[in-house]
Design a protein around this ligand. Structure first.
Ligand SMILES: Nc1ncnc2c1ncn2[C@@H]1O[C@H](COP(=O)(O)OP(=O)(O)OP(=O)(O)O)[C@@H](O)[C@H]1O
Length: 336
């Protein structure tokens, strides 16, 4: 196995439920995925498909009404789901860092960037204040913030959205983590800034050899940065594999419809292409049948599998349900 093929983290058959008003709804169901060392895994899926809940489970950052009835998250030969709060604190922000869509949720508006960056650095590294300040200047420079000495004195609201995201990235890499989880880090930014942030993450990945999980609605971003891709639909993984497998030889109907619709997608909004029909709400998810069947009514019922499973159809390429075998894009005046 080449070093780049080494596994850093695996999620195995993970399910997550939310309990509201005594009703339990499963928002993540039997999710399995692999993050390779030094590689980027892109997770794509419509809103509500369970992407954020899946990655929040890695560091046990789920809300109080969530529970995890099944699954393992293996990292360094340990199941992260079995760790206590003290053990998790050693990993959070240190070995595994998170970057969110809105940096303001993570930055404290009443403290300067200097304060917050120094605190983040000293949390994970034994440094004097002076050393941490020098390190903060170095990190800000590394993430492309000009005149870092001067900018350190500013408050988060004095930074633009793109610069705040750069600060978050500086915090995330301050401990040289083995994994950065980036949950739609560029969604709120305009296209030019999005591109800069993505380029920055790629550049830093080369420097510190970190793995990245990148969640987005933007298939073109995934095509640019991911090595591996996971496609989620209604709480399940419907297809996963290398970028080449998923983009060049897509099998699951959902993946094929998404890729087929790319030319029609609203690119500037970074949205997933629109596919006819709606994602079922969690309460209405059909049980024991292909969850995507309602979106492809022209495919006969018997083409779907009962209790569809995620199966490896070629090394590293996984697909759920047998319906892909008989799938054709809906005819719109000729065989597609
Ligand atoms: N605190 C909560 N209580 C109840 N249900 C929740 C809670 N948080 C998330 N969910 C449910 O879990 C499901 C998956 O949510 P999740 O945020 O993972 O989706 P997502 O794929 O990341 O969507 P988006 O792209 O919009 O961020 C949603 O249907 C949502 O309603």
């Amino acid at each position: 196995m080449a070093p780049s093929d080494e596994t850093l983290l695996t999620i195995e058959n993970l399910s997550v439920e939310f309990i509201s008003d005594n009703v339990s709804l499963r928002s993540v169901d039997d999710v399995s995925l692999t993050v390779r060392k030094g590689k980027t895994l892109g997770i794509v899926g419509e809103s509500g498909s369970g992407k954020s809940v899946t990655v929040s489970t890695i560091l046990q950052l789920l809300p109080a009404n969530a529970r995890v009835p099944e699954g393992k998250i293996m990292y360094n030969n340990q199941d992260l789901l079995t760790l206590n709060e003290k053990e998790l604190r050693k990993i959070r922000g240190n070995e595994i860092a998170m970057i969110f869509q809105d940096p303001m949720t993570s930055l404290n508006p009443v403290f300067t960037i200097e304060n917050q960056l120094i605190e983040a650095i000293r949390l994970h590294q034994k440094m004097t204040k002076k050393q941490a300040r020098d390190e903060a200047v170095r990190l800000l420079g590394l993430v492309g913030i000009k005149e870092p000495e001067k900018r350190l004195k500013l408050y988060p609201h004095e930074f633009s959205g793109g610069m705040r995201q750069r600060v978050m990235i500086a915090m995330a890499i301050s401990s040289i983590p083995s994994l950065i989880i980036a949950d739609e880090p560029t969604t709120a930014l305009d296209v030019t800034v999005q591109k800069q942030i993505i380029d920055l993450l790629q550049e830093l990945q080369m420097k510190i050899h970190t793995s990245i999980i990148f969640i987005t609605h933007d298939l073109e971003v995934i095509a640019e940065i991911a090595d591996d891709v996971v496609i989620m639909y209604a709480g399940e993984v419907v297809e996963s594999g290398s970028k080449e497998q998923v983009f060049h030889h897509p099998l699951h109907p959902y993946t094929r419809l998404l890729i087929d619709a790319i030319p029609k997608a609203n690119k500037s909004a970074g949205r997933l292409p629109t596919i006819e029909g709606n994602v079922p709400s969690l309460a209405d998810i059909p049980k024991g049948i292909c969850r995507f069947s309602t979106r492809i009514p022209w495919i006969p019922e018997e083409a779907h599998e009962k209790n569809p499973q995620l199966r490896e159809v070629e090394p590293g390429h996984f697909v759920r349900c047998t319906c892909y075998k008989n799938f054709r894009l809906k005819e719109t005046g000729g065989d597609q």
